[in-house]
Design a protein around this ligand. Structure first.
Ligand SMILES: [Zn+2]
Length: 130
């Protein structure tokens, strides 16, 4: 992850995020949004973190476009952690944005568009991975 030494991070608590728990798809609590600023005024560069009461902390970083993956973490902005669901290990969960065909990724999109942050059902992922 890139750091941004010139400006201290700005954290917003009780913020809104399109991110949901990638395991149960429930809403996340204790949402934190860290604004990392941008190269230009039109660049949105943020880190979102939130906690599922059952499955722990998750976070995603994105720059101007929706994130490709949601990661399981030990705490907000902490280390990656492993989650086990039905005997399978997961460190990250790919989003609908990541799964779009390349030509659709060239279009301009709202980085906070909720449908693009959706993660697929885990059973479906297991079939694809197998
Ligand atoms: Zn959950």
């Amino acid at each position: 992850m890139m750091s941004h030494p010139s400006t201290p991070p700005r954290d917003r608590i009780h913020a809104h995020t399109p991110m949901r728990c990638p395991i149960c798809h429930g809403e996340l609590q204790h949402v934190l949004v860290r604004d990392l600023g941008g190269v230009t005024a039109t660049t949105i560069w943020q880190l979102h973190a939130g906690e599922c009461p059952q499955h722990g902390w998750f976070q995603a970083e994105f720059v101007s476009r929706p994130p490709r993956e949601i990661f399981a973490v030990t705490k907000p902005f902490g280390a990656a952690r492993r989650v086990v669901v039905d005997g399978r290990e997961y460190f990250s969960f790919s989003t609908a944005w990541n799964d779009l065909p390349p030509q659709e990724k060239r279009q301009r999109v709202d980085p906070l568009e909720e449908s693009l942050w959706q993660t697929s059902e885990l059973e479906e992922r297991a079939t694809v991975a197998g």
